[in-house]
Design a protein around this ligand. Structure first.
Ligand code: AKG
Length: 405
């Protein structure tokens, strides 16, 4: 099989800008054989031939793939690989998605992005593909997507390069929408650094929500939040994170939070530095589960992002790092007034639009009693297991949740 002649970058597309393509090419293995396409597990039989065909197009039959036609074919193969693996990524709970399918998705993004660059197209779509691969895929070729996006970023026009920090600053300039009124009688109680015993006896055992204050003040991320924005590989990562489940109307999740797209494994994969900047709340030691079984998730969103009313099978500490969130809580005892979806996969999600309920369709919703709060930076909300929660970001927001048992 072909290798790049004399170490030169094969001209995957005649339109590819020489310097950029050479930089991109340097990120890839030097020969077709070295790009092993290794996957961590089984995938459907049709996938490996598709991967091999894409790799063949990239390196070409004689070290010089067929220009525009090859780039177009590579692009189509990238689309097919992404579409095919996307189905697998969304077929069930995120934690059950196999790494091999996430690698296939990452390869689909890689081939798609390379095809864009090879064809000399504008770079923003290639950056977006890298971001999607980083978010939803698993690392391939020594995290080539992270390296590729860094190179592409440098070649983006300046106005598209402003970075997530710029986006945050931009949003801070606009007037935030007022928070919904929280009636004192419905407000979730607030406590400052309660003792373990006090929390256990008054909130954990009776399964009552509470907002805890003063327990995350020492987290380095509270000081370094700007770095959090900056560690994202590109502006579009942030946008993609927000768009993953977001409808035009602003709903973040189309699926319950225990399903695929809501659980972004950001802390491990995308911004591992962040994990060092947070701490597991001490109160988790009151649970019976091991610390390594605590699931930590990061939640980004622009103002208006909504997590529809849903429940989760574990206790939750939702820690607000920056931005504010309006949160409504309903007891599991009210479940029948909340009209959960009937399908198995959405049975933990309510059909009711909490802030604009259709009371003709869902008349018993008015019987459901709720508590609410505006979660502020530095506050941690305890959401007991199976407690229904609805969340709307009032600003660009970043929170970390800890699911524990
Ligand atoms: O913050 C959000 O938007 C959702 C959080 C959530 O649903 C959870 O932590 O389980």
């Amino acid at each position: 099989m072909a290798a790049a002649v004399g170490g030169e970058a094969p001209a995957a597309g005649p339109a590819a800008g020489g310097a950029l393509w050479a930089e991109v090419w340097a990120l890839l293995p030097g020969s077709e054989e070295e790009l092993t396409l290794a996957l961590s597990g089984e995938v459907d039989g049709c996938v490996r031939p598709l991967l091999r065909r894409a790799r063949g197009l990239l390196y070409g039959a004689e070290g010089r793939p067929g220009g525009e036609a090859a780039a177009a074919a590579l692009r189509r193969l990238g689309d097919v690989l992404r579409d095919y693996s996307w189905e697998k990524l969304n077929a069930g709970p995120w934690r059950e998605v196999s790494k091999a399918w996430r690698q296939v998705y990452a390869y689909g993004c890689l081939f798609g992005a390379l095809a864009e660059v090879a064809a000399g197209r504008p770079l923003a779509p290639a950056v977006r593909l890298c971001d999607m691969g980083l978010l939803m895929g698993a690392s391939v070729l020594d995290n080539v997507l992270a390296r590729l996006v860094r190179v592409l970023q440098q070649h983006l026009p300046r106005e598209q390069r402003r970075g997530a920090a710029g986006l945050a600053a931009e949003s801070a300039r606009t007037e935030p929408r007022p928070a919904p009124a929280v009636r004192p009688e419905d407000a979730v109680p607030r406590l400052r650094c309660p003792s373990l015993e006090h929390f256990r006896d008054n909130y954990l055992i009776p399964q009552k929500p509470v907002v805890l204050e003063g327990i995350m003040d020492h987290w380095p991320c509270m000081r370094k939040w700007r770095r959090v924005w900056d560690t994202l590989p590109s502006t579009s990562s942030l946008i993609r994170i927000c768009l993953l489940g977001q409808k035009v109307g602003g709903h973040f999740l189309q699926v319950p939070s225990s399903s695929a797209t809501s659980l972004l494994p950001l802390l491990d994969k995308q911004i591992p530095e962040l994990k060092e900047d947070i701490s597991i709340p001490d109160y988790c030691c009151l649970g019976e589960g091991e610390e390594e079984h605590i699931t930590i998730n990061a939640w980004f969103g622009p103002e208006g992002t909504i997590s529809p009313l849903h429940q989760d099978p574990q206790q939750n500490f939702l820690a607000q790092v920056f931005g504010r969130k309006y949160i409504r809580l309903y007891s599991p005892q009210d479940s029948e007034n909340l009209y959960p979806h009937e399908s198995q996969i959405l049975h933990n999600t309510s059909q009711v639009d909490v802030e604009d309920p259709d009371l003709v369709k869902f008349p018993n919703f008015r019987k459901a009693e709720f508590q609410s709060c505006v979660l502020m930076p530095g506050q941690v909300l305890f959401i007991p297991v199976k407690y229904w929660h609805y969340v709307r970001s009032l600003d660009v927001s970043f929170s970390v949740s800890f699911w524990w048992s």
